[in-house]
Design a protein around this ligand. Structure first.
Ligand code: GDP
Ligand code: MN
Length: 374
């Protein structure tokens, strides 16, 4: 899950990380009063869940409250990488002497949290990562033992040089780390971590992503969820206990188990098709889930065929068959459905489906070939 900059800054503030004061507005008429309160000279920033706002024209400085209203008006409604700007953040404009980058990410391969830091932060960071990756220092942190403070200070000394700045950066990284771990984040990033006068570093931007599977532990974070991140189908699927992700293709997929669902998408691709979605109905069998899955998939007008791929273990094939029959009774399904059904109670399941005139495959390649050709 992603959150907006202003939301990440609220969390930063709660963890004692130095941020600037802020106001968030969704109507340009509120901008001048907000700017007035924040000292007049402000920065107006689009709040969207994608990066690269600066380069897209979504971050503008304003000299006075009237100017802030102009800038807010220009940014609100703007389209940034397919997202419409509904809110802007207004903050006192800082003088930037230098832009650093500090980020913590979860590295699944090494099972460590990696601190990335460089003195060449700012809007060109992605470029730097490609052209000059060695300029980004990486410091792995073992989650079991936490931060080795002396080692951290030594790394940050190379970047921030002056003792006063090194102390601030060390303190900030420790707080970012605590925030990361306590809230089950997958990313905590400050870019720019800016030198705003000779002796002060500030988080002028804030980015956080979270592990969706841990959201149940954090009502505060879950409460920050932004509807624009998820499609209506994804929201409904979650309510029904289905793991669902919308994709661009035209073959609807209903599969049991996340691993098999991924493999099924790969095989659809391999046979020249394009999946319309990832969908895992989960381990337990429940005819309702199949009905709900078909209903959600069919909302997508692009879907021209549905592939149901079940490898029954805990999932019982007869329950799946019941769900498919329920769906055909209740919904007018106009697209072909190709069903592959093997495993627990496959005879019962097949018999039920064949009685209703369905063709059931036991070979996955056959089923995929058929759905792609249909
Ligand atoms: P991003 O492009 O989405 O990462 O948005 P940022 O919040 O990082 O802003 C982009 C750039 O705008 C920063 O790298 C800064 O150069 C500039 N910027 C942001 N806030 C301020 C500010 O308060 N004062 C000044 N002078 N520049 C700012
Ligand atoms: Mn930034």
């Amino acid at each position: 899950m992603k959150i907006h900059e202003y939301q990440a800054k609220e969390l930063f503030g709660a963890y004692g990380i130095a941020i600037t004061d802020q106001a968030v507005i969704s109507d340009a008429s509120e901008a001048s009063a907000a700017a007035e309160r924040l000292g007049g000279t402000v920065v107006v920033k689009a709040q969207v869940l994608v990066g690269g706002r600066g380069k897209a024209g979504g971050v503008k400085l304003a000299d006075n409250p009237a100017d802030a209203a102009e800038k807010a008006k220009a940014i609100l409604g703007m389209d940034i990488k397919g997202e419409t700007v509904e809110k802007v953040l207004i903050a006192p404009a800082a003088d930037i002497l230098k832009e650093y980058y500090v980020g913590l990410i979860m590295d699944r391969a090494s099972k460590k949290i990696i601190l990335m830091v460089t003195k060449e932060g700012g809007v060109e960071i992605e470029e730097l990562a490609v052209t000059d990756p060695d300029k980004i220092i990486k410091f792995p942190i073992d989650i079991a033992t936490g931060i080795d403070e002396d080692a951290l200070r030594s790394v940050l000394t190379d970047v921030f040089e002056k003792p006063g700045l090194v102390e601030q950066a060390t303190d900030t990284v420790k707080k970012m780390y605590t925030l990361f771990v306590e809230k089950d984040a997958s990313l905590v990033e400050i870019n720019p971590y800016a030198l705003v006068d000779e002796t002060t570093l500030m988080a002028l931007d804030a980015k956080m992503n979270f592990d969706d599977n841990a959201l149940y532990k954090h009502d505060d974070v879950d409460g920050m969820k932004n509807p624009e991140e998820y499609s209506q189908d994804e929201i409904d699927a979650k309510k029904f206990g289905l793991s669902f992700v919308s994709m661009d293709g035209d073959i609807g997929c209903i599969v049991n188990g996340a691993g098999l669902a991924m493999a099924t998408m790969d095989i659809v691709k391999l046979f020249g098709g394009d999946p319309a979605n990832f969908l895992d109905v989960g381990g337990s069998s429940n005819p309702e889930k199949v009905l709900n899955a078909i209903e959600i998939i069919l909302r997508n007008r692009k879907v021209r065929a549905i592939l149901i791929n079940i490898f029954g273990g805990i999932t019982r094939c007869d329950d799946i068959a019941k769900g498919i029959i329920m769906a055909t009774d209740q919904i007018d399904i106009k697209v072909p459905m190709v069903i592959r059904l093997v495993g627990t109670n496959q005879e019962e399941g097949r018999a039920m489906l064949e009685e209703k005139g369905f063709d059931v495959a036991d070979d996955l390649s056959d089923a995929v070939r058929k759905v792609v050709a249909s």
